[in-house]
Design a protein around this ligand. Structure first.
Ligand code: SF4
Ligand code: SF4
Length: 318
């Protein structure tokens, strides 16, 4: 039997918002949603991808010479990969400056386990563990299920960070092995959800209720996260609707509701992938705007002590 592997695009150490305590977060490639504001464009597709960092490029043209398919060309705006690219990686191997690079790396189960267990001491010291995020981790559910089981056997706390869009079978293959779940509620209005993420939210909210039932009966931790995206999710109407849903369906089991303020720090990722992004010039949210949304959340009936606001916020000038 071949060993399970996963495409991982980032391993982030010492994270403090991805579950209880101080954690190591593993980001897996692949997501069924296409959120307009996505901060991790390299996590959308499951397949390997290549990006190019202009600032690192020394213009040696080794990559162009190495390409067996003539897929690379350069002009005044930089290097471009054409439709004949097979993502073979010859240009990556040829690049002496690491300007041309794969966005992800394939990890074996044993290899990834060994890597994250290097942080075991601070998991124990700060009550943390390992979070699997993405992308959407349930796109690589067989790996995540096995990874969580191995981590638990090592006494390490496991957290699943999910957008919630997966079949019930896939969800059930991972859920029993997670000590905590971080679940994104972006919109309650399904039409808005479909407009901004590419998918309606009926399955997502049904899965959330399944997770809540599991959390009630197994003592699992459940946190909700809502990204605050200007002119998108960050409206009083939407935050009120999410707040009401939490109050009416989940209030006994949700430990925390995090409102995550938007920033455009991922601009460079879109540039490296040669993709445009509608939020490129979107400024940080203002404190008064975030305060208003927090008030809407409390007014909707969510206990103030469950609310957390995270992210960069611009101070109001007086
Ligand atoms: S990945 Fe392979 S085919 Fe694509 S540009 Fe690089 S060398 Fe050419
Ligand atoms: S091989 Fe690397 S450094 Fe040289 S031109 Fe290509 S991307 Fe730039």
């Amino acid at each position: 039997m071949s060993e399970l592997t996963a495409q991982v695009f980032e391993i982030s150490r010492g994270t403090t918002h991805d579950g209880p305590g101080m954690r190591t977060t593993v980001f897996l490639k692949g997501c069924p949603l296409r959120c307009a504001w996505c901060q991790n464009p390299e996590g959308m597709r499951t397949e390997r991808e290549i990006w190019w960092e202009a600032r690192q490029c020394i213009n040696c043209r080794e990559c162009i010479a190495a390409c067996p398919h003539g897929a690379l060309a350069d002009d005044a705006h930089g290097l471009h990969r054409g439709a004949t690219c097979t993502v073979c990686g010859a240009c990556v191997d040829a690049c002496p400056a690491q300007a041309m690079a794969f966005t992800s790396r394939e990890w074996s189960l044993d290899g990834l386990l060994h890597e994250v267990l290097k942080d075991r001491e601070y998991f124990h010291a700060f009550g943390g563990g390992v979070t699997v995020s993405g992308g959407e981790p349930l796109c690589q559910a067989a790996f995540v299920s096995a990874f969580f089981q191995r981590l638990r056997a090592e006494g390490v706390h496991t957290t699943l960070d999910t957008c919630g869009l997966a079949s019930r079978t896939v969800l059930q293959s991972v859920l029993p092995h997670a000590d905590a779940v971080l679940f994104d509620i972006k919109f309650i209005d399904s039409a808005l959800h479909a407009r901004f993420t590419g998918q309606p939210n009926a399955v997502i909210l049904e899965n959330l209720l399944v997770i809540a039932g599991h959390a009630r009966s197994h003592g699992q931790t459940l946190w909700i996260r809502t990204p605050l995206i200007p002119q998108t999710t960050a409206t009083e109407e939407n935050i009120t609707a999410v707040g009401r849903f939490i109050r009416e369906r989940l209030h006994d089991v949700v430990e925390r509701w995090e409102l995550c303020a938007f920033n455009n720090a991922c601009n460079r990722k879109y540039q490296k992938m040669a993709r445009s992004w509608p939020y490129t010039n979107e400024p940080l949210m203002r404190q008064t705007t975030v305060d208003g949304l927090r008030t809407a959340a409390v007014t909707a009936g969510v206990a103030e002590e469950k609310l957390v606001v995270s992210g960069l916020i611009a101070r109001d000038t007086v």
